[in-house]
Design a protein around this ligand. Structure first.
Ligand SMILES: NC(=O)C1=CN([C@@H]2O[C@H](COP(=O)(O)OP(=O)(O)OC[C@H]3O[C@@H](n4cnc5c(N)ncnc54)[C@H](OP(=O)(O)O)[C@@H]3O)[C@@H](O)[C@H]2O)C=CC1
Ligand SMILES: O=C(O)[C@@H]1CCC=N1
Length: 279
């Protein structure tokens, strides 16, 4: 269990979808007591699923969850955030919890305005591998967040992976482009490799297993090795061999430029959402 965490504190997740369940699933794996985790959602179906799968406390009443908790993790869609916070404002004013938002494209200024009182707020950008405690989260704290609250926030996200603090809020959009959205880029690559494996005559299951185990092995090597990924790639690429031809096809097809365009598009969308959602 993580050392700096105060296990007597309760934590409320407002929204119990993909990201919230990835985080509280990881927290439970890390030994966080289930009875100190609250999750809310709109539908009974979501709450029932979450209760059955994770055994956390559930309610459709956001106020009830917030009243029970010292920390509130906001895990609704960016477009829902304003309505949720404005509705919760009186309770937040009364209980003054630490707020942690996971939403892409919602600024600290907007969050502060919508909750109607000056609260300590952390913006986080985790990713879904948090469910397996293999996540990575970028974090940025508002000026009101104390050193102790920063340490607790850090321990929450460390329970589900690696944490990195950025010193400028705008960099959260860069974190989104790299690691928040990043798992989807790799999944797309895996989809394409599996599909081509099938076209090359392998059955679906074999193609998929070869692809996934290769992705896992490559990621593990990249993380564990003491040489960089360029060198790891060089070691696979025998001069005059097969990999050289495959890499040449990827590079002449514009892979690097495509990655740049994709990540730029993610950053631009985050900035656009920030402008659209602010008022
Ligand atoms: N998915 C990802 O990889 C990442 C997502 N994020 C951020 O996480 C946030 C959530 O995304 P994600 O988990 O994918 O979305 P989901 O749609 O999976 O989850 C949203 C949840 O919010 C609940 N909800 C909606 N309205 C309310 C309300 N008024 N009160 C309480 N709960 C409510 C929904 O309830 P119900 O189930 O009943 O509809 C649902 O459980 C977003 O802001 C996103 O930017 C950040 C990093 C990565
Ligand atoms: O696609 C999104 O907007 C969210 C944020 C990062 C990953 N999913």
């Amino acid at each position: 269990m993580s050392q700096s965490r105060k296990t007597d504190q309760s934590i409320a997740f407002i929204g119990a979808g993909n990201m919230a369940s990835s985080i509280f699933g990881g927290l439970i794996e890390d030994g966080w007591p289930k009875d100190k985790i609250w999750a809310t959602a709109r539908s009974e179906a979501t709450l029932e699923n979450v209760k059955n799968q994770f055994g956390v406390q559930v309610t459709r009443d956001n106020h009830q969850a917030v009243r029970q908790s010292e920390m509130v993790v906001l895990c609704v869609k960016p477009q829902m955030m304003k309505a949720v916070l404005q509705e919760l404002a009186p309770t937040l004013k009364e209980t003054k919890p630490l707020l942690i938002s996971v939403a892409a494209g919602v600024s600290l200024d907007s969050l502060q305005t919508w909750c109607g009182s000056s609260l300590p707020i952390v913006r986080s950008m985790p990713n879904t591998p948090s469910l397996l405690r293999c996540g990575v989260s970028g974090l940025f704290a508002s000026a009101q967040v104390s050193a102790e609250q920063k340490a607790i926030t850090d321990s929450i996200f460390k329970a589900v992976g690696v944490t990195l603090w950025v010193d400028n809020e705008a960099l959260i959009d860069s974190v989104i482009a790299v690691s928040g959205s990043g798992p989807a880029y790799y999944f797309l690559f895996m989809e394409a490799m599996t599909e081509m494996g099938v076209k090359l005559g392998l059955d679906q299951q074999t193609a998929e297993q070869l692809t996934l185990q290769t992705a896992l092995g490559a990621a593990k090597m990249a993380v564990c090795s003491d040489v960089d990924v360029r060198e790891l790639r060089r070691r696979v690429t025998s001069p005059g061999g097969t990999t050289e031809q495959a890499i040449r096809a990827l590079q002449t097809g514009g892979l690097e430029q495509l990655v740049e365009q994709a990540m730029q598009a993610a950053v631009e969308r985050a900035a656009e959402m920030t402008r659209q959602l602010a008022d």
